[in-house]
Design a protein. Sequence first.
Length: 199
Amino acid sequence: LNELRDGNAEAADRLLVVFGDRVYGLCLRILGSQQDAEEAVQETFLTVWTKWQTFQGKSKFSSWIYRIAANHAYMKLRKRRKHQGNVSLDVDLTGSDTWIGRNISVAWANDAASPSHEVELKEKRALLERAIQELKPGYRTAYILRDIEGMCLEEIAEIMNLSEPAVKSRVHRARLKLRKILAPLLYGTTVKHLGDING
């Protein structure tokens, strides 16, 4: 931020080095498309470079950047909503620090430890990732920002232009819909079609 204030010509490149990967990861999780995520990243840093004077210092500079990224990704997702088709499975939303990750890391511990089950585990992870991408845009974004990115309700409400109770409701409903997919995987029953989570 100080380099931006000082007009340092290398400030833009430094921002990309420091925040680029995290911003891209956030956009990719929300959008599920590498091309769209790359566009959202470009839009994010263009906004940062042209609007950095509006940063009021009420939060960390990094948090401000991530909110801008989330907003651009969410707006792009809403515009794309009617044209949603193929979903990228290159997004890993099942890390151990996520709500889903905590469930599968326990339930599939034995599978993960057995080389013979690695393929099956990857398939299950891919199904979970696809399940998240199949959530309605509003639910998906709220869930990702809250349970994966760890943003507070106030921040998410600002990004999504919703009340905090509305955000809380969307996160809760997203969790319920994902549990509907997780339950068969955790307990070995028949997996329902992904389309059911939109009901």
